[in-house]
Design a protein around this ligand. Sequence first.
Ligand code: GDP
Length: 601
Amino acid sequence: TDADSDDGPDAGALRTPIVAVLGHVDHGKTSLLDKIRGSAVTAGESGAITQHIGSTAVPLDVISKMAGDLVDPTDFDLPGLLFIDTPGHHSFSTLRSRGGALADIAILVVDVNDGFQPQTLEAVDILKRTATPFIVAANKVDTVPGWNPNPDEPIQVTKEKQSDRASSDLDEKLYEIIGELSDNGFSADMYWRVQNFQANVGVVPVSAETGEGVPDLLTVLMGLSQRYLKEEMSVDVGGPGVGTVLEVKEARGFGTTVDAVVYDGTVREDDQIVVGGLNGPIVTDVRALLKPKPLAEIRTEQEFERVEEVAAADGVKIAAPDLDSAMAGAPVRVVRDQDVDEVIEAVEAELADIAVSTAEEGLVVKADTLGSLEALSGTLEEHEIPVVRAEVGDVAPRDVRVAGTANEPTNRTILAFGVDVLDDARDLADQEDVNVFENDVIYQLIEDYEDHVEAIETAQQDQILDNITRPARFQILPDHTFRQSDPAVVGVEVLSGTVTRNSNVALFDGAEPERVGRMKSIQDEGEDVDEARMGDRVAVSIDGPTVGRQIEEGDELWTELPEKHAKILEQELKEDIPGDEREALGLYLEKQRNRDPFWGK
Ligand code: GDP
């Protein structure tokens, strides 16, 4: 290969590596991308960097200008880097290709002050699962107290110029990040100490605000790609295009279009293509290939122009009939020199690959893209949460109906990840008592669901407890007979457990408990109450006995426990009842089992 090649991304047979940016919200993903794009525009004169659909290509010569002394362009023969514009693991998982992540390499952005946060962990999980090489941008170094910014300088140069205090403050924060990476199974170090980037994750301190460390970041990305991705970057430039749908969108004058990233081969106007859709592969003909017009400014309203051909790696908007049911995250394949059935089969196989396993009974899961559906389902599986239906698309009434058929109350649930809940679906969910949880963060969604399950389980236990006779042992106080019979009214002290109304009252005289009557009411200082707890002294009226005959002052009385209740209490609720109730239960069982060792077992 011509080592001096600094042509655009179409040159040679090596394609541009695709770079994704991941990390926790507010850690600076967007700022970092903006900084890279901004400096690229400055370094490259107008027209040198090109805005693509959903991505920005930065050619090698621009990178080498940005990186200053750090990059010698003659060391490289990859054409540059293609940055995916929408940061976050959400789009990262959308961007899948056959066999894994579409991004060849990733930047994990971590705020040096905040360290690892839930979405950082989530991103690390995804990078691990997809075996994507990555580097860590330890961002916001300019916020270290006492930091004197040196805009756009390499990090070691600017770090040298800082006070000892600021420099060691930064080191401390960086080592925390290195420790977190190690806790998550990645051996890591400052990038300048890393010899083998395949075995170790390089940490690059940067500031998306001042540009410090950005030259290093680009150098490391370029070096990593060159050294370890070169083989994967060899593509058949003339071959039929293969790509991934990023978004399905209306475009004025073109109807429904798909924004796609082409990662292999070429797509031409008039090509026949097969696109993964909600109801299976869509076979259609390209009507137009659209790209944003060359731009002077980055974030202007985009205007499209037609192109005849796009080659990997590149972003493009494809206009074609019948794209309404196309799915974000699904494959796009050009049919050229092959049988259309072969290509349909290939697309079907890719879709089946993504299909998530479902159970007989479980939750309904809806997500905005195939990739996110896969990521969410994967995490649910790790949490051993069963899924009955997993689909791409907004939450519709039919999803609610499926969730409504669940037997387990905890399964009457829909998890909605990055999608809308249609109004009629929301109404139906209210009626059908189906819970819909919405979130754009997988961890949060699952945490909300698990909290909900816990609440349901607690409520269920409370309800069981409500219907179970509570154990109690109480004593008639001397000189506290207020009425002898019909009903007997006496003062009692609860020795252990909980005395409740409408329970049967028993007395152990011989071996057998003897029912003496029924607890009709309980009065505490003249007020009717439902129960009395251990230590309470209350007046109780008992229907049935006469004081002086069946019961006497000083007698120890019991709440009679039906055998079935005693069994449930002992076997299932023992941990949920207070200690004194447990004591009353134990004593009651002991008395019963003296007579019949198998009572309540
Ligand atoms: P994202 O949610 O990860 O895309 O984060 P943003 O790029 O939106 O950044 C979140 C906030 O952090 C914004 O207010 C940025 O201006 C700020 N920010 C990002 N990078 C830096 C940095 O390097 N230094 C400083 N001081 N602030 C930054």
